[in-house]
Design a protein around this ligand. Structure first.
Ligand code: TYM
Length: 386
């Protein structure tokens, strides 16, 4: 039995990211690459220095092409099966930073089709509605509307299908089984699905009628899809898509992943200040059983979910995080104070996010693209011509 599982549809166990690098065949992001990037971006995001974005495929090629005047575009996505949590937001914040620093387009895929096919209890309408709900979270993060194109797969089905067909023809069922662990009991939509997730990696090439490099920021669970994309797209005359990949924001509980269905494991963007406080207060920490022991022995930030939330999202200042860590280890920082501090930071973030999310309701048309697919209209138009 493996000690951990990482697939696009299941993440569990204590993840060993070094092992993932070897097994997936992705490359660690090294210092040299960061120096090269800094020549363009002038500064380096803490997600990179802290190895939260830790691995890539062909990112150096992306930088080389960019420097030579062949800029890339960004592509990322969301499977809308429910509300957005802070883990999802992490790669999107980084995507926004990349968009700002490189001044490039972003294509954002909402895979309502995927979630409908893979989630037995989710109806077609629910998945589609979550696309629009989740789009508000994306817009709230401040992407540039002139450079950002968000679409639901259902809304862009025609264009996606035309291209997915060409991709699907080059992938066998045995490859799908080996890559995703699907089997004879999987529904046939699941088997086809990965070809739809590949298409946005060529959308800008189709528009510009020339090959455009594509960079995909995502957490490492999505890599199997793009490993296949990289095999297939050159066979159709396109570049291999590049990627930049992050680790997972962990559950607030001990070990394991965040889960929408398990209370207290994740913080959602719609949570109230009270809910956040309760979840953080109930979080698993590296603290001692009593304040007295904590003062004597100190805590252990390396197993503490509260510290991980500070480190990965809410205390990005290096001096400040060092202080939290050393105060924790020495026993001068107790869990209560540290949790309060985190609660305040999360609630400050969510306050702004929720305000922006409200405003996004009036701005959705600035970002979303869809095909006109009204069958009644199509039929009427045909009959008018007679
Ligand atoms: P989804 O909705 O599962 O996740 C959306 C994005 O969030 C990442 N992610 C996380 N990152 C950090 N910590 C976590 N705990 C965490 N959980 C999820 C995912 O890797 C993803 O980047 N099939 C995709 C949707 C998709 C997509 C893409 C994602 C379509 N095209 C291109 C990335 C890039 C999905 O269901 O993502």
């Amino acid at each position: 039995m493996p000690e951990f599982i990482v697939t696009p549809w299941e993440v569990s166990g204590e993840i060993d990211y070094d092992q993932i690098i070897k097994e997936f065949g992705i490359e660690p992001i090294d210092q040299k690459l960061l120096i090269e990037m800094k020549q363009i971006t002038k500064e380096i995001h803490p997600f990179l220095t802290r190895k939260i974005f830790f691995a890539h495929r062909d990112f150096k090629w992306i930088l080389d092409e960019y420097k030579e005047g062949n800029p890339f575009y960004l592509y990322t996505g969301r499977g809308p099966s429910g509300s957005v949590h802070l883990g999802h937001v992490m790669p999107w914040l980084f995507t926004k930073w990349l968009q700002d620093k490189f001044n490039v387009e972003l294509w954002f895929q909402l895979t309502d089709d995927e979630k409908f096919l893979f989630n037995q209890s989710l109806s077609y309408e629910e998945a589609y509605n979550y696309s629009y709900d989740n789009a508000l979270d994306i817009i709230a993060l401040g992407f540039d509307p002139k450079k950002t194109f968000i679409f639901s797969d259902i809304d862009l089905a025609g264009i996606l299908y035309q291209n997915a067909l060409k991709i699907a023809k080059k992938i066998t069922f045995s490859t799908i089984k080996a890559t995703f662990g699907l089997d004879n009991s999987s529904n046939i939509g699941q088997i086809f699905y990965t070809s739809i997730q590949t298409v946005p990696a060529i959308l800008k090439s189709l528009i510009d009628e020339k090959n455009v490099p594509c960079l995909i920021p995502h957490a490492v669970d999505q890599d199997p899809h793009f490993r296949l994309s990289r095999d297939v797209l050159p066979k159709l005359g396109y570049y291999k898509p590049a990627s930049i990949q992050c680790i997972f924001l962990p559950s607030l509980q001990q070990g394991g992943k965040m889960s929408a269905s398990i209370e207290n494991t994740a913080i959602f963007t719609k949570d109230t200040p009270k809910e956040v406080k309760r979840k953080v207060n109930n979080a698993f920490t590296g603290g001692q059983p009593s304040a007295k022991l904590q003062r004597e022995l100190g805590g252990n930030p390396s197993v503490c979910s509260v510290f991980k939330y500070h480190f990965m999202l809410f205390t990005l200042d290096d001096e400040e995080i060092k202080k939290i860590e050393s105060r924790c280890r020495s026993g001068s920082l107790l869990c209560g104070e540290c949790k309060n501090n985190l609660t305040q930071k999360i609630n400050a973030f969510l306050k702004t996010h929720q305000e922006e999310r409200e405003k996004a309701k009036d701005r959705i048309d600035e970002f979303l693209i869809k095909e006109k697919l009204d069958l009644k209209e199509i039929v009427q138009e045909k009959l008018k011509k007679l």
